[in-house]
Design a protein around this ligand. Structure first.
Ligand code: GLC
Length: 457
């Protein structure tokens, strides 16, 4: 039974510190693809946490939140500057030294490519709210140490930098796609998480004068971010036509092509592919730049967090329906479409063989994306798509030992360097299964997201 198998894997992955469950390891493979897959990654723990909360097991989530918060003090001193406390680790491990257990965090200084885990604090904030909602333990978020941690995090995430837009500017590889993939700048996934984070903070920051200014800053940024993403990231037929006929080099306040995007950047594949009535939020937007690739996680989170309008959310789900083979495939779901190939692959990935076309982050299929997909299908009333994706899937994933990802245009091949027994693959399937089978889990899940916001486009 896939359910029993997935649950057993999740159970086996639990990490203990001083007798307390504090997280889950990324994989339980005997021969993992990299040495740190036995660590607890903050982003990987999210689906595990959702499963635990659905079954009323809140202690591990609370312990995780406290552990990650405390680990911030382990921030390494970077040559030349002291890093902000608001950054949370990518992962942590439990080690034994002289018969004593110790927790060791990695803020990206050990990770392959030394990448900055910008998404960690955003997921932490999401889990904090989810924990409060699910357990009813509102007092936890009001504790002085948690409030301080939120403030320090917000200080970093709201800090004025060199942005010209309300979106957040980040380096390459700062989220789930944690290798060089040309996702620097203003990637959609970070914007969706940022929006969710600002929502959460507004709700969980203690009331009172002390937070009045911070709260105002949060609201201004959140509302501006929402409008901006809805205008500049949305790609439907009308928008595509508009860009195709754009004038460029427009100076001043009346410019229509504000970012000076040249129509020549529209990729060939999009003509005919983007059908009327459907659409999506593009992967990245910046000066003279639209990354037209479709990134699944960003789009699905934008639906769940209410960053996309209702109409856009429907358009995204219709896109899935129209391009099922390409975007869902045999083993769901495509992380990004299309894959970068040839010279584009060379300069976007730095000739990374792990990210060869239609593999891993470069167009591979990731079972972990199941949970946001089923969640988004639920939110948009597309139960038909949820059923279609789940049909026979659990048996297949179990038989193939819960791979981390699949390769190929249609995702039929087990990823060349994929781990087996990848915990978030199993946890995502459990969430999806529960959402389909158990109304109580569904009701809880629905409370974890922001209310739909006005159509202020
Ligand atoms: C890979 C993934 C990353 C994940 C980690 C652990 O590095 O790209 O998103 O957190 O593995 O599973």
């Amino acid at each position: 039974m896939p359910y029993t198998s997935a649950e057993a894997l999740l159970e086996r992955s639990i990490l203990y510190y001083q007798g307390q469950a504090v997280g889950t390891s990324a994989a339980c493979d005997d021969r993992p693809a990299a040495a740190n897959y036995d660590e607890c990654f903050v982003r990987d723990f999210v689906p595990s946490a959702l499963v635990f909360m659905m079954r009323g097991d809140h202690a591990i989530v609370r312990n995780f939140l406290v552990t990650v918060m405390q680990l911030r003090s382990q921030q390494p001193v970077m040559p030349g500057h002291q890093r902000a406390l608001g950054l949370m680790p990518a992962s942590f491990r439990v080690v034994e030294e002289d018969g004593r257990e110790r927790l060791l965090a990695d803020f990206g200084e050990l990770a392959i490519g030394r990448v900055a885990p910008v998404d960690s604090a955003m997921w932490w904030m999401f889990l904090l709210r989810a924990y409060v909602r699910s357990s009813g333990d509102a007092a936890f978020a009001q504790q002085p140490d948690i409030q301080l941690c939120m403030r320090q995090t917000l200080e970093l995430y709201l800090k004025e930098s060199f942005e010209a837009a309300p979106t957040m500017l980040v380096p390459d590889a700062s989220f789930m796609i944690d290798r060089r993939m040309g996702v620097y700048g203003h990637p959609l996934e970070i914007q969706a998480l940022y929006y969710g984070m600002l929502h959460t903070a507004d709700e969980l920051l203690a009331a009172g004068e002390e937070h009045a200014r911070l709260r105002e800053t949060i609201r201004i940024r959140r509302d501006a971010l929402r409008s901006y993403v809805r205008i500049y990231y949305w790609m439907g037929r009308d928008r595509l036509n508009e860009i195709h006929r754009y004038h460029s080099e427009e100076f001043g306040l009346d410019a229509r092509n504000v970012l000076n995007v040249y129509p020549e950047t529209i990729p060939d594949w999009i003509d005919g592919w983007l059908q009327p009535g459907s659409g999506y939020l593009v992967g990245n937007v910046g000066p003279g730049r639209i990354d037209f690739r479709f990134f699944a996680q960003g789009n699905l989170l934008a639906i769940l967090f209410g960053l996309a309008t209702e109409e856009e959310a429907q358009g995204i789900m219709r896109l899935y329906q129209q391009h099922w083979e390409e975007l869902v495939g045999e083993m769901p779901l495509k992380i990004v479409f299309p894959a970068a190939q040839g010279s584009e692959w060379r300069y976007l990935t730095g000739s990374d063989p792990k990210n060869s076309p239609w593999s891993y982050h470069n167009g591979g299929n990731w079972p972990v994306l199941l949970w946001p997909f089923i969640g988004a299908a639920r939110r948009t009333g597309r139960g038909d798509l949820a059923e279609r994706v789940m049909f026979g899937l659990g048996e297949q994933l179990m038989k193939q030992k819960w791979p981390e990802y699949y390769d190929g245009r249609h995702g039929s091949l087990i990823g060349r360097r994929a781990n087996f027994q990848q915990v978030w693959s199993a946890a995502a399937w459990i969430i999806a299964h529960q959402l389909m089978e158990d109304p109580a889990s569904g009701a809880l899940f629905d409370t974890l997201w922001a209310e739909p916001e006005p159509q202020d486009k």
